[in-house]
Design a protein around this ligand. Structure first.
Ligand SMILES: [Zn+2]
Length: 498
């Protein structure tokens, strides 16, 4: 049974699926795995006629705690300031909106049907006020959860809350030291964190209505309690033992006295065994991925394996992408023939706009065609342009060298290595090819002539490849030759047979 069907088979009643992300940097390809997985759960529940909603939070009330190299200078002073308040790198809107808009674009391309909310606005509207009061009133219970999980004593003056400093506007630098039931006492610490400097301001203020926020782990539980979330997964960085996910679940249970959402930890994509991170330049961004595979296949890639399986993803110089295309075509056949349930469901739930039947030509063949000058016509005629654009990107950015070939403008040096028999074969081929332009016919002519001349077909084809692309292997010779000008072929065969 497909993993999502298995996961949801015994679920009953109304469901609220939630997921969230902090819009503070570019989205790497692993960054859409969570949204896609939750979307698939949503779609499966909809198929089951469940009363279900899928919400997705842009956690833009988090403070900026680090910057990409290009923003180090311009945004240094905003370190510690909430993402929703710091200005956008391009000067219009907020820092959070700048990155959030990029995610919104991905959501639309991948047909992720979540209702987006901005956490900063939820704080401002007072949606979490009840939860804030509750956690401050029950701070001793929260400290106890932290103590149990971290095996470390908490300070009796620690409170799960930070305010926005009324003087310097930073949130990441403030510490709350007391709560009187109406106001919190705070200090904006100059040296509490290494990445931002507070201004030293002390005071008292209400914690409600967007004046400040709960720390991430507490906020997560507070969201589950406030909204009534029933399903929310977490990526491995949060879901490791004793990690954020565990702490939030324990707070939900022990402090809020609510059953935490269905547990669903999911693994990341690995690149050379390492977790992908766009900040470190490891792996691909989601945008780069969409340059080389269509959106349906991005979804397919995210859901075809069980969420808790790590997927090694090293596409450079490998046949990873062509294999993925093959697998996707196989999944489409499984869907039509109702053969392999896992593949069929993965295909069905990957669709973004009704069931779209993929083209039937293999991606490897198409990748050869896009390298042949005169195949453009055929690609257009056969309606292959949609995948051809991905094939071009693959050849240019990812294909191993042996998959790349270029018609050599001058006679390749490698023709010196041809045997006399191979040269004679090329010489004879001139006469045979004079009028023929049909690729299949050319292919047959090459076979028959080789047989006639008692040359192995391997050596015969190798002679053609060496003469035209300077390598001893290549795409189907009939197609390669039919894509070239007749005059050029004859001239080249003449030179190579000498
Ligand atoms: Zn301050």
């Amino acid at each position: 049974m497909f993993w999502a069907d298995e996961l949801l088979k015994n679920r009953k009643g109304k469901e609220l699926i939630n997921d969230a992300w902090t819009p503070s940097g570019m989205v790497h390809m692993g960054g859409v795995k969570g949204p896609v997985i939750h979307d698939v759960i949503y779609k499966v529940l909809k198929q089951k006629k469940t009363n279900v909603k899928y919400t997705f939070g842009f956690d833009d009330f988090d403070p900026i705690d680090g910057l990409p190299p290009n923003l180090q200078k311009s945004h240094q002073k905003y370190l510690g300031v909430p993402i929703s308040i710091a200005p956008s790198p391009d000067g219009s809107g907020s820092f959070g909106d700048y990155f959030g808009d990029k995610m919104l674009k991905l959501f639309s391309e991948l047909n992720i049907e979540a209702e987006i909310y901005k956490t900063s606005q939820e704080y401002k509207k007072g949606i979490y006020d009840k939860a804030i009061k509750f956690v401050l009133d029950n701070v001793d219970k929260i400290r106890k959860v932290y103590e149990e999980i971290n095996q470390k004593k908490m300070f009796p003056t620690w409170f799960p809350f930070q305010v926005i400093c009324p003087k310097c506007g930073k949130l990441g630098t403030t510490r709350v030291t007391a709560w009187d039931g109406k106001e919190v006492t705070f200090i904006c610490e100059p040296q509490m964190v290494t990445w931002a400097k507070g201004c030293g301001t002390k005071g008292k203020m209400s914690p409600l209505g967007g004046n400040g926020k709960m720390p991430f782990k507490v906020e997560w539980a507070a969201k589950w309690w406030t909204y009534g979330v029933t399903i929310e997964g977490a990526g491995k960085d949060h879901a490791s033992a004793g990690g954020t996910y565990d702490v939030a679940r324990k707070i939900c249970k022990d402090v809020f006295r609510k059953e935490p959402p269905l547990k669903l930890p999911y693994e990341h994509f690995l690149s050379g065994g390492k977790k992908m991170a766009s900040s470190k330049g490891v792996g691909l961004s989601a945008e780069e991925l969409l340059e080389v595979i269509p959106s349906q296949m991005v979804r397919f890639l995210m859901i075809k394996t069980k969420p808790n399986q790590a997927v090694e993803f090293s596409p450079k110089g490998t046949d990873l992408f062509p294999k993925l295309y093959d697998e996707y075509q196989k999944a489409e056949r499984a869907y039509v023939e109702k053969s392999d349930d896992n593949l069929a469901r993965a295909f069905e739930l990957s669709q973004t706009d009704g069931i779209k039947v993929p083209i039937s030509i293999r991606f490897t063949v198409l990748s050869q065609w896009v390298q042949m000058p005169n195949m453009e016509e055929v690609i257009k005629r056969e309606g292959l342009e949609n995948w051809a654009k991905y094939a071009r990107v693959w050849v240019q950015k990812y294909a191993p060298d042996e998959e790349k070939f270029q018609i050599q403008k001058e006679l390749p040096k490698k023709t010196d290595e041809l045997s006399q028999k191979q040269k004679d074969f090329l010489g004879q081929l001139i006469k045979e090819l004079k009028t023929e332009t049909n690729p299949e016919e050319i292919q047959t002519i090459v076979y028959n002539l080789a047989k006639e001349m008692k040359l192995s077909s391997k050596d015969a084809f190798a002679a053609i490849y060496v003469a035209f692309i300077g390598k001893d292997h290549g795409p189907k010779a009939g197609w390669l030759l039919s894509s070239l000008e007749k005059e050029f072929i004859i001239k080249r065969l003449n030179e190579a047979s000498k």
